[in-house]
Design a protein around this ligand. Structure first.
Ligand code: BEZ
Ligand code: FE
Length: 287
């Protein structure tokens, strides 16, 4: 390996790993080395630039905690999280989008028609629709797990220190015999991703803002089907075309209509809504 230069080094590094030939690990590792070496050569990286990258990654690690995952945020603002969502979205199924940092796996079960707002300020929206398979057959007993920010753009879990209950503004619903889900909640507002760390510095360096379009988060699952993690956005709201984490997809934007215009949909609701949002989730078969 003495006879090595800026081109042959790529092969030498790959061969230094004794990976199982043809394995997925080998494919991923060799691809990473190939692309990073190509990038380094193409950019003619200087020592200062490379140390700058390493110091940036160090700063991401330093600010990270189990609650503050700066590397995930970096993946989000660079569009990697969205790219992985896109690659793994199944044809025919609802497109996937960001999980975000605020999911709780043990949110409370709620009855259909429940109100999630707990008396919070803001417009009350009815969110309703069906969960179906890709042939539009309803899926009774499907699980619709949702969480969201409030009308100031804050997740209650972010304000536990101020007496908020982390389980507020979230709920797990089970669809009825017609595959329907329906509940009321507050209309969430846009909010910023954390920008007080190295990723914020990166956004500022690139003249980018940290705002996310207002959204509702969902994990939807049913036996025998592929679960989806996704988000629902509202038409005619801010940041749909420049969401900081590239979470918006055309197919995930729902129409927000005044309740008076929609009329009575026949649901038994805990609270009367000001506006109505309809959205059907489509799941593809597992496997
Ligand atoms: C969110 O949607 O909750 C979120 C996504 C990425 C970074 C921060 C928050
Ligand atoms: Fe969110």
């Amino acid at each position: 390996m003495r006879d090595i230069n800026q081109f042959s080094i790529t092969k030498s590094v790959k061969e230094s790993f004794k990976t199982e030939p043809g394995s997925r690990f080998e494919q991923l590792l060799h691809g990473l080395i190939d692309h990073l070496h190509d990038y380094t050569r193409e950019m003619n990286l200087t020592h200062e630039e490379w140390i700058g990258v390493l110091n940036f990654l160090y700063a991401c690690g330093k600010i990270s905690t189990p609650e503050r995952q700066e590397f995930i945020l970096l993946s989000d603002v660079l569009g990697f999280s969205a790219l992985v969502d896109m690659i793994n979205s199944r044809g025919g199924a609802t497109e996937g989008s960001n999980l975000g940092p605020f999911y709780l796996p043990d949110a409370p079960t709620k009855a259909l028609g429940a109100d999630l707002s707990d008396g919070r300020d803001g417009a009350t929206i009815l969110v309703h629709g069906k969960v179906t398979d890709s042939l539009h057959n309803p899926l009774p007993g499907a699980i619709v797990d949702t969480w969201q920010a409030d009308a100031t753009g804050t997740y209650p879990i972010q304000e536990q220190g101020q007496g908020q209950d982390k389980y507020d503004l979230r709920g797990v619903f089970s669809t009825d015999e017609a595959g329907r889900y329906y509940y009321t909640t507050v209309l969430p507002k846009p909010y910023t991703v954390p920008y007080d760390g190295p990723v914020g510095d990166l956004l500022r360096a690139g003249n980018r803002h940290a705002w996310r379009a207002a959204h509702l988060h969902y994990i939807v699952r049913a036996p025998g089907m592929n679960a989806i993690t996704t988000e629902l956005f509202f038409d005619n709201t801010e940041y749909l075309d420049n969401d900081a984490v590239f979470g918006v997809r055309k197919s995930l934007i729902a129409k927000l209509q005044p309740a008076g215009k929609v009329g009575d949909l026949g649901y038994a609701l805990e609270k009367a809504p000001d506006a109505v949002v309809g959205f059907d989730f489509v799941l593809a078969p597992a496997g």
